[in-house]
Design a protein around this ligand. Structure first.
Ligand SMILES: *Cc1c(COP(=O)(O)O)cnc(C)c1O
Length: 229
């Protein structure tokens, strides 16, 4: 059996068992295959095994892979967004997880072609680590949400978080719980907010416990990353 096939089986078992343990409906937890640094062949493998959601962090790398892979893949941009790369993201991705400022949100809305559905947008929240630069504070996230809701070519779907990996399990759980709380607050004034993108290879069970609807898995799906960009 191919390594990726084996990995997908193991992941599905972990997801199923977490859903059972935490009383989540498995159809509400989506596996995003985080494919940064992985060759297009590995993505094609995962595609053949049924995966359709792929997450990429770098624009140039994503553009190389996209035209070598089937057209019905749902591409998610999950990396830091540079202003000069926003057009490609607006034109080529279905989802963007890493919106953390209004300037970028406005550019994405302006650059999203009118013949495409609005791009699904998540606000990245800097939930735990002081040293982390990406993400808006949770205090300011709802204010940014109100502004993003006014933009015609964006559909605000919820939040994304990358908690600090070095902290205690208790703090990590606290971060995930706070994200769940934040989504519930957003949902009181935003009907389209139904998504929490959180949980990676090492911690997605805990994220599922606290309401993750997209888990972003790289290493435990594709194996160790290739040379970092
Ligand atoms: C690389 C990456 C992941 C995947 O992490 P793994 O620990 O390899 O599963 C998830 N989310 C983001 C934003 C990433 O950059």
């Amino acid at each position: 059996m191919h390594a990726i096939e084996n990995n997908i089986k193991k992941l599905n078992l972990r997801i199923e068992s977490a859903c059972k343990q935490y009383q989540r409906n498995p159809s509400t937890v989506h596996l995003l295959a985080v494919s940064k640094t992985q060759p297009a062949e590995s993505l094609a493998n995962a595609y053949e095994l049924g995966l359709r959601l792929f997450g990429e962090n770098y624009v140039s790398e994503a553009s190389e892979k996209m035209h070598r892979l089937p057209g019905d893949i749902e591409w998610h941009f999950i990396g830091p967004i540079q202003s000069n790369k926003s057009r490609f993201i607006a034109e080529s991705f279905s989802w963007v997880h890493s919106v953390d400022r209004l300037k970028i949100a406005r550019r994405l809305s302006e650059q999203r072609p009118n013949d495409l559905e609005p791009i699904n947008c998540l606000i990245q929240v800097n939930i735990s680590s002081e040293e982390q630069k990406a993400g808006i504070s949770s205090e300011n996230a709802l204010t940014l949400a109100e502004e993003i809701m006014k933009l015609p070519q964006l559909t605000l779907r919820g939040f994304m978080a990358i908690p600090s990996p070095t902290q205690s399990l208790e703090n990590l759980e606290n971060d995930f719980a706070n994200m769940g709380q934040l989504l519930r607050q957003l949902h009181t004034f935003c009907d389209t907010a139904d998504t929490l993108s959180m949980g990676m290879s090492n911690d997605f069970e805990l994220a599922i416990k606290h309401g993750a609807t997209i888990i972003r898995v790289g290493t435990d799906l594709f194996g160790p990353r290739q040379q970092q960009k």
